[in-house]
Design a binder for this molecule. Structure first.
Ligand code: ZN
Length: 277
């Protein structure tokens, strides 16, 4: 069973970054050593020996880490910005806290892009490893106030209920994602869930979903827009191509490397669009 290894990381190393500051003043240069700690990749010394002599710029992977909001449980919602190109791609995991396999998969994507940064060129890759930190910590679908964040967006099909939130964006987590999406206008969004074992989509994303399905063992399925979901709001209402990746339930038992081997290519397809990486 996957055990969340990130709690101390969230709560210690990144709390000093000011909220919602996009300028270079808050650029956080994190050495490879730190990325290695976060992702379990190769160590800094090895990288310096193998890459440093021929390509010094690749020995240090610079990215910006921003805190886009705080949860009712006072946990930070972290977003990493890789690159600064004009095409923005958002890849997020664990908006349902009891569907945690996407979190190490996003960590594996970060490690891969650190070592193979070509897909970052011309793009800004936004990674949110844990969109629901309270639920992730408590192993609950909802946030700490018992609201399903993926029913709390201001979609036309929003349904006011206690579990959905009595009004759209009643929760700081959904508000933070909403503000991020409106301010950065991603060209594509991927949100990773479990356990339905398919690639689903909302908005104009059918071809991308096909390509991602072809790059994995997950079949393409159109599940239909859920009320107040991120897919309904961003995909159907805003017209942003959005993919809902549903990993199998058993993905929680896979290691980060195993997750990458099975689903990494699919995420690279998502970054590059319907072109193969
Ligand atoms: Zn889910």
């Amino acid at each position: 069973m996957f055990t969340p290894p990130f709690e101390s990381y969230w709560d210690s190393s990144i709390m000093t970054v000011p909220n919602r500051r996009w300028g270079t003043s808050c650029l956080v240069i994190l050495l490879v050593l730190m990325a290695g700690c976060a992702g379990g990749g190769r160590g800094a010394e090895e990288r310096l020996e193998t890459d440093g002599r021929t390509s010094p710029s690749r020995t240090v992977f610079a990215y910006e880490e921003i805190i886009i909001g705080r949860t009712p449980g006072n946990r930070a919602i972290s977003c990493r910005l890789l690159g600064d190109g004009p095409e923005v791609v958002l890849i997020m995991a664990t908006i349902h806290g009891n569907e945690p396999a996407g979190t190490p998969l996003v960590e594996a994507l970060h490690v891969h892009l650190r070592d193979h940064p070509e897909p970052v060129a011309g793009r800004t890759i936004m990674l949110i490893p844990v969109a629901n930190p309270d639920g992730f910590s408590n192993r609950t679908r909802t946030n700490a106030r018992g609201v399903d964040l993926n029913r709390n967006f201001p979609a036309g099909n929003f349904q006011s209920r206690k579990r959905n939130g009595v009004q759209p964006l009643s929760e700081p987590e959904s508000q933070a994602l909403h503000d991020l999406i409106l301010s950065r206008r991603p060209a594509r969004i991927v949100s990773i869930h479990q356990p339905l074992s398919c690639v689903d989509y909302d908005g104009p994303a059918r071809e991308l979903a096909r390509a991602m399905s072809a790059a994995s063992d997950l079949p393409l399925r159109k599940l239909g827009g859920m009320p107040g979901s991120l897919g309904s709001w961003a995909g159907e209402d805003l017209g942003i191509p959005i993919i809902t990746v549903e990993l199998p339930g058993g993905a929680s038992r896979l290691s980060q490397d195993e997750l990458w081997q099975r689903y990494g290519e699919m995420l690279l397809v998502a970054i590059t669009g319907d072109r193969m990486p």
